[in-house]
Design a protein around this ligand. Sequence first.
Ligand SMILES: [Zn+2]
Length: 242
Amino acid sequence: MAFHNRIDPRRARFIRTEARKLTIQFWRRNKKFYPGPNGHLNLLPFEPKLIAEGVLGLSFDEPWELGFSNYAGALQVELAGQLDRPNRQISIARKFSAEIRRFTAAHEIGHFILHRERNLFRESPLTDPAIWRPATRPELEANIFAAELLMPSKILRDLFVRRFPAPIDVCKIDDNDAVMLTNGHLMPSELRAKPLQEIAEIVANASSFVSGDQRTLTDIFGVSRAAMGIQFRDLGLIRRSA
Ligand SMILES: [Zn+2]
């Protein structure tokens, strides 16, 4: 269920480049360089609010809640975020966790950059696995944008290979890897048999194999395991060889 299976690769590259351009603009405006290999740990997690206000000149409103919306006359859904283009305003409901608020805000910025033909976007919380099966193309695109804004490929790759020996081919997970990743709860064969997304989420939430930093990558980037698992798979950091 990774993104790359469901979108034209050129369009995906374009979306990631747009997100990267925004991040670079942000660091330039703050008279800092785009964080390099040794400079990013204290600059994470990225806060989309700073980019919305500082680079795009949007207002960023954080009320406790945003109410409910009817989608297609069906269920009432509680809203977590909204983009109001005519008023140049993003609103994010404060009642949700920092992870959800961060991803939802980055997703709204994605709509702002990518979907200029539409004036209003309203979202339920971008957290549960349902977000990875978005109903429409714009929702999928805004998720890819958000993933790249919050977990820039270059920085994530760099931190990944410093923490884990190499991109992980799940077919080659051995005894050592299984112990490191699951504290010995699973045998290598049990781990290898799991769905790729589930293994990716275990890695996202695992302590480093090699470095002294005990924080997980999800802690460092301030995103959910599901979000990071998808990003690992899209970047080829976790894969299953044929
Ligand atoms: Zn959306």
